[in-house]
Design a protein around this ligand. Structure first.
Ligand SMILES: Nc1ncnc2c1ncn2[C@@H]1O[C@H](COP(=O)(O)OP(=O)(O)OP(=O)(O)O)[C@@H](O)[C@H]1O
Ligand SMILES: [Mg+2]
Length: 296
């Protein structure tokens, strides 16, 4: 589920100079949004997925076309507003981003999304909720979606930060996947146990190159990548969510689940395009991840 997807545009220029006009060497377009990355990664692994959320306008249609081109099945609710674009301008040194806010979602559109999700849940084994809430969606939006999934007996992975995370946790997602900054958005000194205190049944905190910390009831684990991978870490967390969702569906035991999530997210760092994974790197990393049980 991606409530605030985007068309990601990347302009490549020689050197970015403020207040100057640039000749753009290349323009790349791809479907953007954290849930679309989750769906794309699972599709690459050969898992049956359905990408859903809200899309509108010509930009929304373009996102639909690009998903179809890579073969990711999708069923989005149409909204009147125009889906946002994100523009990254990459030069030889680094990238500079311009993030549009996203269209305002009306109450009627939000109600349509709830009805659509109810239908989809009848066929679903697991639901992932990723990213920010667009303007107009209630702050407890994720809590509402989690309760729908609960009523349908479908486990939920929540990947969000700030108020969307805090209010979502209150509805008791099966698993929350904050990164360090999202954990700190609950409280500056928040610990993984605080995520359980807010309502999640389990938590996996992602810590960049240091890997994962997981808590479920009285059990705790640490999972560490086999090596620090250089590459593009954007979207590594989404690959982590993809692995966790698959493992939740399959009832995989925690150590194996975490090893898989660390290997797949390291393989996302290896792949230069954000939101994709390097399948060879995944196979290489998978047996080399270290998972340690921690004393509670
Ligand atoms: N340099 C790296 N080398 C190996 N593994 C990495 C590296 N960076 C990230 N990872 C793996 O990816 C996981 C997720 O990364 P991170 O904590 O940065 O997620 P995130 O901030 O949610 O990312 P995003 O939201 O952009 O997808 C980490 O827990 C780790 O297992
Ligand atoms: Mg993330």
């Amino acid at each position: 589920m991606t409530l605030n997807p985007a068309l990601d545009l990347t302009y490549t220029v020689d050197a970015l100079v403020p207040h100057a006009t640039h000749r753009v060497a290349t323009v790349a377009e791809r479907p953007g949004g954290k849930g679309l990355n989750v769906a794309g990664v699972l599709h690459t692994l050969g898992e049956p997925v359905l990408a859903t959320g809200l899309l509108g306008g010509a930009t929304g249609r373009r996102v639909t076309e690009l998903l179809a081109a890579v073969g990711v099945p999708a069923s989005f609710v149409a909204i009147a507003g125009e889906t946002r674009r994100t523009v990254a301008v990459a030069d030889r040194h680094d990238a500079t981003g311009f993030w549009e806010p996203g269209p305002r979602v009306t109450t009627a559109e939000w109600d349509s999304l709830l009805a659509h999700l109810r239908d989809l849940l009848a066929e679903a084994d697991v639901l992932t909720l990723s990213g920010s809430l667009p303007p107009g969606v209630p702050e407890d939006g994720y809590a509402v979606l989690i309760r729908l999934a609960r009523d349908a007996g479908v486990p939920v992975v929540l990947d969000a930060g700030g108020e969307a995370l805090r209010q979502g946790l209150a509805a008791g997602p099966d698993l929350a996947k904050p990164n360090a900054a999202e954990l700190a958005s609950l409280a500056p000194d928040a610990r993984p146990a605080d995520v359980l205190a807010h309502g999640a049944r389990s938590v996996v905190v992602s810590r960049g190159p240091e890997g994962l910390l997981a808590l479920a009831g009285d059990d705790a684990w640490q999972a560490v990548p086999p090596e620090a991978v250089t590459g593009n870490p954007t979207g590594a967390g989404d690959a982590c969510v993809a692995a966790l969702a698959r493992g939740l569906r399959d009832g995989t035991a925690w150590p194996g689940l975490l090893a898989d999530a660390v290997a797949l997210s390291a393989a996302a760092v290896s792949a230069p395009v954000a939101g994709t994974v390097d399948a060879d790197a995944y196979r290489r990393f998978r047996p080399a991840v270290t998972v340690t049980a921690l004393q509670g």
